[in-house]
Design a protein around this ligand. Sequence first.
Ligand code: HEM
Length: 435
Amino acid sequence: MTYYTPGPVPLYGPDFTADPNAVYARLRQYGPIAPVEIAPGVAAHLVTDYRAALDLLRDTETWSKDPRVWQETLPPDCPILPMMMWRPNAMFNDGEAHRRYRSVITDSFSRIEPHHLRRQVATAADRLISDFAAAGEADLVGQYARPLPLVLFNALLGMPDHYGPRLVAALTGLFESADSEEANKGNTDFEQYMTELITLKAQQRGNDLTSWIMDHPAALSPEELVHQIGIAMAGGNEPTTNLISNALSRMLSNPDYYSTLANGALTAHDAINDVLRNEPPMANFSTHFPRRSVRFHGTWIHAHQPVLVSYHAANTAHDGLHTDSVRSGGGAHLAWAAGPHACPVKQPAMLIATAAIERLTSRLCDLELAVARRRLTWRPGPFHRALAELPARFTPVSSDGAGVTPWSSSSSSTPLEATSALTPPAFESRGDWEK
Ligand code: HEM
C-alpha cells in the first residue's frame, strides 16, 4: 500500500492531530520537502529531512523570515494570520534588525539569576498545586502546565497577579482558535495587556524583565517594546506548556520513570530530552521565505512562498543521527530550531520545565495518569504538539503543605512578589543553568 498522493497534505484536522507520525511518513515519500496545507486553502512546503532543515535554517542569503509579501496574498480573516503575520520583533526580521531585536531578548533574560528563576517557578507551582492538591485529581494541562508559564511570566514581567487570568484567556484565543474572530480577539486582548504593562512600567520601573527591556541600549520605540515583550510571552508560553505536559505524560506512563520517583532511574531531565527529540513542543515552525525562486533539495519554491521546518519529522527520521533511547540525553535534535533564529531562551526554558515537573512530582509523589496514555487527546493545529488535557490522580494532600519538601519549609502563602527580586545588576551572561 502506498500513501503517496500528489497534492498538498493537510497539517490541520483530526488525522494529523491523532497520528502526526503517519502524516510525516507520508510526507517523507515526497523527498526532503513536501507540499502541505497549514490551513484550508493556505499552501506551504514542509522540510522533513534533518540535513535539508539545517541547510535552510543556516542560509540567510537565500531565505528570509519576513512574511510581508506573502501575507498580502492571504484573506484578512485567515485563521493563521495572527500567528504568522509580520511584526517588528526578532522572529520576523533579518540581518541587523533581527540582531538588534534578539539582543534585547538575550540580554534581558540573561539578567535573571537561575536560582531566582527556580525559586519563582516553585512559588508559581505551589500556588497552582494548592488549588487542586486536596482534590486528589487534576487536569495537569489545564490546571498546571498551561497556567504555570503565564503565572511565571506575569511575575517576571513585574505585573500584579490578577493580570494572570487575562493573559491566559488572550493567549488561548490567539494560539488555539481555529475561528478567525476568536483568534483576532485573542490578538487584540494580548496587545491590550501589553499596552497596560508598558504604561505601568513607564510610570515606575522595577527589577523585572519589562524594565530591563525598556532600558536596554537598543532603545526600542514604544511599538517595538510591545512586540519584543509580546514575542517573549507568546513565543515562550505555548512551547513551555507543551514541554512540561508532554514530558509529564511520558513520565507518568512509563515504568522506568515511574520507578524514578522512588529509586532515581530516570529523571525529569531525561523525560524533557525524550520529548525534545521525539515529540517537540513546537512540531513545525521556522517559517522562511525564499528571496527569489529557488530549487531546494529537488523542489522548486517560488519567491516569497512559505517553507516550514518539521522539527518533529526531521528529528524522528531514524537516519542514524538519532536514537530512541530515553537515557541517551545528548544527540542532535531541532526542537529549538537552529541557525540565527534558534530559540534564544533555551536554558531558562529548560530550567522552568525541569523545575515545574520536579516541584509537582515531589509534592504529589504518587501521581499517576487517570487514563492510558494512548487515550490522551491532542489539540489540533499545524504548529504544536500539545495535549488537550492530562487527567491525573494522586493521594489528596492538604493545600497548606504547599512548598514543603524534605529539603525546604517555605510556604505557598509566601506572596510571589516577595520572592521576585531579580537582582543582577548588568547585562552579562550567567552560568548555573543546568543545576
Ligand atoms: C521562556 C520560554 C521561552 C521564550 C521566552 C522563548 C522565546 C523565543 C523567541 C524570542 C524566539 C525568536 C528568536 C528569533 O527569531 O531570533 C524563539 C524562537 C524559537 N523557540 Fe523559543 N522561547 C521559549 C521557550 C521555548 C521552548 C520550550 C521551545 C521548545 C522546545 C522553544 C522553541 C523555539 C523554536 C523552535 C524557535 C524558532 C521559531 C522560528 O524561527 O519560527 N522555545 N523563542
